[in-house]
Structure formats: C-alpha cells, structure tokens
Design a protein. Structure first.
Length: 205
C-alpha cells in the first residue's frame, strides 16, 4: 500500500513538472501541455500537439526515461512482494480482522511467550475464542500452528491495536508482556477502552 501511494505521488509530480515544462518551453496552453505530458508518459505514440524544438525534445526524452524508470521500480517491487509471500500474509491478516470483528466474549492475550502461552493453552483447551497480540510475527505463526487462535501483529500498548482486537466485545484480557511498565500501560488502556472487561496482568516485581 505504501509503495502504491509513493508511486502515485511520483507520477503526479512528473505530470505536474511535465505540464509546466511544456507550458514554459513550448508556450503551450495548460490543457494541451497536460495532454502532451500524459501521452508522453504513456508512450502511446500520438502526434505531438505542442510546438517542438531542441529543448522540448530533450525534455520529452527525460519524461519518457523517468516513466520507464518508475515502471521498472514498480515491476521489481511487485515481483518482490509476490516472491516473499507478502500478499498471502496480507490476505491472512484481512481474514483474521474480519473474524475478530464478529467475535464476542473472546479473550485477548497480550504477549506470545512464557505466561502468555500457558494462558493461551488453558483458554483453547476449554474452548474459548482467543485473540493473541504480539510484535513478533514468527511467534504468532508458531502459535497459530499449535492452537486455534487468531492473532494480530502489533503493539498491545496502543489503543488502535486493542480496538482491532475488539476489546469492547471481549470477556477478558491478559497482559503478559515482559516489562511491568508495559503491562501497566496495557491494563490502563484496556480499562479505559472497555471498563467492564475483566483484566489480569503478569507482574515480575
């Protein structure tokens, strides 16, 4: 998504620069300059509608080369996403978010190690629906293979992440992060978002 936005801004920038360039170099009207820029970027081969000179020819060549460079970058990034399995991960996360939106009376476990794993095991063994939050995607993938859980890759201290876990519809939350201060923040944030949700927390000291 970020790559698509970045590419869109670059194309917009080239379009604006191209339009202004043709207006200045060819003394061409705004609409004609815009049209000239678009057909140049697209390399569709339509006839030139703005007066040409050496400066405009060089300018046109630069626009075409810039467009090809962007196309090459976009193609390589798309290939990288395809080969890295990123699309599969994105689709899985979207599926999980849809499942979480429909959940009620589920349990949220913040932290996918140690105490958190024991709690996940007890909850799943008794047939409870569990949403696990952790910043470590690999840990979550391992837990997904062992238990019937839904996971969110993110920082449980953030309001948005807890809302994504449907904290307001949850029956309970367990704060099992390794740092006491982080657990306190999770507890305070969760209580603020959902005062009626039962909360327990791990305490090291």
């Amino acid at each position: 998504m970020r790559i698509a936005i970045k590419l869109a801004f670059i194309m917009l920038f080239i379009t604006v620069v191209g339009t202004l360039g043709y207006m200045i170099l060819s003394d061409c009207p705004l609409l004609d300059s815009f049209y000239m820029t678009v057909i140049t970027i697209a390399t569709v081969g339509y006839a030139e509608i703005c007066p040409t000179n050496d400066a405009t020819r060089i300018f046109t060549a630069l626009i075409i080369m810039s467009s090809f460079a962007i196309l090459g970058y976009a193609t390589s990034k798309f290939a990288e996403i395809m080969t890295s399995g990123e699309i599969g991960k994105i689709m899985k996360r979207k599926k999980f978010m849809k499942m979480i939106e429909k959940m009620k009376d589920h349990f949220i476990v913040c932290g996918a190690s140690g105490t958190g794993i024991h709690i996940i095991k007890e909850l799943t063994n008794t047939g409870r629906k569990v949403v696990v939050i952790d910043i470590d995607e690999k840990k979550l993938e391992d837990l997904e293979k062992k238990f019937e859980i839904v996971s969110i890759v993110g920082d449980a201290r953030q309001e948005k992440v807890l809302l994504d876990a449907s904290i307001k519809n949850a029956a309970g939350l367990a704060a099992c992060l390794s740092d006491d201060s982080d657990n306190i923040l999770v507890v305070v944030t969760a209580h603020y978002l959902a005062p009626n949700v039962k909360i327990i927390s791990r305490a090291n000291e």
